[in-house]
Design a protein around this ligand. Structure first.
Ligand SMILES: [Mg+2]
Length: 168
């Protein structure tokens, strides 16, 4: 199902080295807005430690953001010391492809993390990248995202009841 993630987590910190290694993931593509920072551009300091731990364990990381605000993405990339692509137009494949080439990995070795189904999850699924959906950091969203949230809630609920059924 193109709309369903391979994994649904509370936030990026819940994505452990163990989870990645069990799924043969060697690289991670990260969304920015509401995945790494909130609408006021604040980042949990624990995110830096999380990124460093992944790096120490050989996981390669790259930022792929849809925003056209380069200053915002650049600041996050400098804080975390990660390469970045912005204005990526997810769910189009081009941003994921650029990241794949930069990471020098195959699609099947990469996971993509984001808070939006229509962009992050669908884009990753189209590339057969392991898709990880996280809960958005803040309730506040830019206008266009706000419109999509109720639809996302329906999809997430269906997804959760599906995996629940599978576990029984
Ligand atoms: Mg986002």
């Amino acid at each position: 199902m193109i709309l369903y993630p391979n994994l649904y987590c509370k936030n990026v910190l819940a994505i452990t080295v163990d989870i990645l290694q069990k799924n043969n993931i060697k690289g991670l593509i990260l969304d920015v807005d509401n995945t790494l920072i909130d609408i006021d551009r604040n980042m949990d300091p624990k995110v830096k430690d999380w990124v460093d731990e992944l790096k120490e364990n050989g996981i390669k990381l790259c930022i792929v953001s849809n925003t056209n605000k380069v200053d915002k993405v650049k600041k996050v990339s400098e804080t975390l010391d990660l390469p970045y692509f912005y204005f990526a137009k997810k769910p189009l494949k081009s941003g994921f492809k650029k990241a794949k080439e930069l990471l020098k990995l195959e699609y099947k070795e990469i996971a993509a993390v984001g808070d939006q189904i229509m962009t992050d999850v669908v884009g990753a699924n189209r590339c057969k990248i392991f898709s990880i959906l996280v809960e958005p950091i803040s309730e506040k969203d830019i206008f266009i995202t706000k419109i999509k949230r109720p639809i996302e809630k329906i999809i997430i609920n269906r997804y959760l009841s599906k995996i629940k059924k599978e576990k029984v």
